[in-house]
Design a protein around this ligand. Structure first.
Ligand code: FAD
Ligand code: DLZ
Ligand code: SF4
Length: 507
C-alpha cells in the first residue's frame, strides 16, 4: 500500500501519481499545512482559493472511490508541514511507500527527498514539454529565445497548423497586439461564483489565520472546481477572447481585467488543462468567433511562454531565485504593501493586487516590475512579493518571470535586454497618467514622473553592462546627446527621489 501525495497545485484527475496509484489499495494524502501557507505571506484570497479547491478535489476523489486522508489546517493533530503529514500518515497506515508527482518548487522537491520514506517521484505530465524535451531543445544553443521553442510546441501540438506551416502563414501575429487602452471595455470580465458552504468555511479559517496578510478576502469570486473553471473559460472565450489580442498590453485604472482570460490560477492549480484551454481557443477561431491575432497570441502565451518559463526554472536549478546579476540591494518599498503613493500607475496596480490577488501581465512587467528594476530593488525581495500576492503564483512560473524576465537578475537568460521604460510607455498604453499627481511629460522638476528620472539613472549606473547591447544603443545615444547640465539634474533628482523612497516618505 502506498501514500499518494497530492499537492495544492496538483488538483487534476489525470495527475501522474493518481494514474499510477491503485484506487483499491493506495491512500491519497492531501494537507493544508502552515509550512506551505506561511513561507511567504500569501494573499488571503490565494490561500482561500487553494484550500477550497483542495477540499472540493478531495471530495471528488472520494466520490470516485479513493480513500482520501485530508488534513485541515485547524485539525488538532495537524503537524504543520508536508513532511510531517506524510510521516504521520505513514505511521498511521503502516507503510513507507509514497508516490507523488514532481512539485513545482525546488524547496518542496528537496524537502521530500529528505524524508526517511521511500518516495517515488513521477514526472508532471500536465505540461506539453517534458524536462528532457526542453533540455534537448536548449542544448548547445547560445540564446534560449522563446519564439523558436514556441514553434516546436506548435508543431508538437498541431495547434493552428496547416500541415507543417502555421495557420495564416505566420507564426506570430503580435504586430497587431499592441493597441493602447480603449475608451471602454465591452466584456463583463471574469465569471464570478457565489460562495458555497465549503468556501465559507475556508474563508472563516483564512480570515482567522491569515487575515493580517496583505490582501482582502472581501468579494471572493474565484471558481474553485473544474466545472466552474470550465464555465468561466467558455464565458471568456465568447466574450473576452475576440479582443484579447488587440488590448493585451493595455492598462486602465478602472478596468482591472480588460479582455484577459484570468485562467492562470486555474491552470496552475490543475483545474484546467493547458491543452483544453488552447483547443477551446482554436475552436473559436476556426468558427470565426475570434480573429487570428487573438487566438495565436493567446495560444503562444500558453504553449510558448508558459512552457518555456517552466523549462528555464528546471534547467537553471535551485539557486535561480537568489541570482542578482545587476547587484541591486534596495529594500522593497512600502508602497508594494499598500503604503500611499502619488504614482497613480503603481497605486492602481497595487490596489487591484490587494483586492483581487490579480494584475495582468503588463501591470506586472511594466509597472510594478519596471519600477522595482529602475529603483534597484533586491530581486529576491521582488520575487517573494510576486510569489505572495498573486493567486496564480507558484515558484516554477513566478520566479523566471520575476528574476529573469522582469528584473534581469539572471543576466539575460530570458530577456535579451531589461524590460525598462520611462513614463512614456505607460502613458501610451494606459489611462493612468491623466489622473496622476506627477506629469509624465516633465523630465525634470518637482512634478517630473519618477519613471522618467529613474529610467536614465538605471541606464547611467549600468552603462558598462549594457552599452554594447545592440538593442540599447539608441537609448545611450539619446542620453549622450542630452546636455551635461540636464543629465546632472536628472541624476541628482533621481537620487533625491530614491532617498525619499528609502526614508519611507510618500513618493
Ligand atoms: P492572460 O493574459 O489572459 O494570458 C493567458 C495565459 O497565458 C496565462 O493565464 C498564463 O497561463 C499564460 N502566460 C502568459 N504569459 C505568461 C508568462 N510570462 N509566463 C507563464 N505563463 C504565461 N504567471 C503565472 O501563471 N504565475 C505567476 O506567478 C506569474 N508571475 C509573474 C511575475 C511577473 C513579474 C511577470 C512579469 C509575469 C508573471 N506571470 C505569472 C505571467 C503573467 O503575468 C500571468 O500568467 C498572467 O498575468 C495571468 O493572467 P491571465 O490568466 O489573465 O493571463
Ligand atoms: C501555495 C500553497 C499553499 C498556500 N498552501 C498549500 C498547502 O497547504 N498544501 C499544499 O499541498 N500546497 C500548498 N501550496 C502549494 C505549495 O506551497 C507549493 O507551492 C506547490 O505545491 C509547488 O508546486
Ligand atoms: Fe505612472 Fe509617471 Fe504616469 Fe504617474 S505620470 S501614472 S508615475 S507613469
Amino acid at each position: 500500500m502506498k501514500l499518494v501525495l497530492v499537492l495544492g497545485d496538483q488538483l487534476s484527475e489525470n495527475l501522474s501519481a493518481l494514474q499510477a496509484g491503485d484506487k483499491g489499495k493506495d491512500v491519497v494524502v492531501m494537507a493544508e499545512v502552515m509550512g506551505e501557507a506561511e513561507y511567504v505571506p500569501h494573499h488571503p484570497k490565494k490561500v482561500a482559493f487553494l484550500f477550497t479547491a483542495m477540499r472540493k478535489f478531495a471530495a471528488r476523489l472520494r466520490k470516485d472511490g479513493w480513500d482520501v486522508r485530508y488534513s485541515k489546517l485547524d485539525d488538532e493533530d495537524n503537524p504543520g508541514s508536508l513532511n510531517g503529514v506524510l510521516l504521520q500518515r505513514a505511521e498511521e497506515l503502516g507503510t513507507d511507500a509514497v508516490l507523488t508527482t514532481e512539485a513545482g518548487e525546488w524547496r518542496v522537491i528537496e524537502a521530500l527527498r529528505d524524508l526517511p520514506l521511500n518516495v517515488e517521484v513521477l514526472q508532471d505530465d500536465r505540461f506539453i514539454a517534458s524536462h528532457k524535451e526542453f533540455e534537448d531543445w536548449a542544448e548547445g544553443r547560445k540564446a534560449l529565445r522563446m519564439e523558436y521553442f514556441y514553434r516546436e510546441m506548435r508543431r508538437k501540438t498541431g495547434l493552428m497548423m496547416e500541415g507543417d506551416d502555421p495557420s495564416g502563414g505566420k507564426w506570430n501575429f503580435d504586430h497587431d497586439n499592441r493597441k493602447p487602452a480603449p475608451g471602454s471595455v465591452d466584456y463583463s470580465g471574469p465569471m464570478r461564483f457565489q460562495t458555497d458552504e465549503v468556501t465559507r468555511e475556508v474563508l472563516d479559517l483564512v480570515a482567522e489565520k491569515f487575515g493580517t496578510n496583505f490582501g482582502t478576502l472581501d468579494d471572493f469570486w474565484f471558481a474553485t472546481d473544474q466545472g466552474q473553471a470550465r464555465q468561466h473559460l467558455a464565458h471568456w472565450v465568447k466574450g473576452g477572447l475576440p479582443k484579447f489580442g488587440d488590448f493585451q498590453d493595455a492598462m486602465m485604472g478602472e478596468e482591472r481585467f480588460l479582455y484577459h482570460a484570468i485562467v492562470g490560477l486555474y491552470i496552475n492549480a490543475g483545474l484546467l488543462d493547458p491543452l483544453e484551454v488552447c483547443q477551446a481557443v482554436e475552436e473559436a477561431w476556426k468558427e470565426g468567433a475570434a480573429p487570428i491575432n487573438a487566438a495565436e497570441g493567446f495560444i503562444r502565451q500558453i504553449i510558448g511562454w508558459r512552457e518555456y518559463i517552466r523549462g528555464i526554472y528546471f534547467l537553471e536549478g535551485p539557486d535561480y531565485t537568489s541570482r542578482n546579476a545587476l547587484g541591486h540591494s534596495r529594500d522593497l518599498p512600502g508602497l508594494y504593501w499598500g503604503q500611499k503613493t502619488w504614482m497613480r500607475c503603481l497605486e492602481k496596480a497595487v490596489e487591484q493586487t490587494h483586492d483581487e490577488a490579480y494584475a495582468h501581465h503588463i501591470q506586472r512587467l511594466m509597472v510594478t516590475g519596471n519600477f522595482a528594476l529602475l529603483a534597484g530593488v533586491e530581486p529576491s525581495q521582488v520575487h517573494e512579493w510576486y510569489l505572495a500576492v498573486y493567486a496564480d503564483a507558484f515558484e516554477w512560473v513566478e520566479a523566471p518571470n520575476t528574476i529573469g524576465m522582469s528584473q534581469f537578475a539572471d543576466g539575460g537568460i530570458i530577456a535579451s535586454k531589461p524590460y525598462i521604460s520611462s513614463g512614456n510607455y505607460i502613458d501610451k498604453m494606459s489611462d493612468y497618467c491623466k489622473g496622476c499627481s506627477y506629469k509624465v511629460k516633465d523630465k525634470t522638476g518637482p512634478d517630473a514622473c519618477p519613471f522618467n528620472l529613474l529610467y536614465w539613472h538605471f541606464l547611467d549606473r549600468h552603462r558598462e553592462r549594457f552599452k554594447d547591447n545592440h538593442r540599447m544603443g539608441n537609448m545611450y545615444r539619446v542620453w549622450d546627446r542630452m546636455d551635461e547640465a540636464k543629465r546632472e539634474t536628472v541624476l541628482s533628482e533621481a537620487e533625491a527621489f530614491l532617498a525619499k523612497l528609502d526614508a519611507g516618505e510618500t513618493v
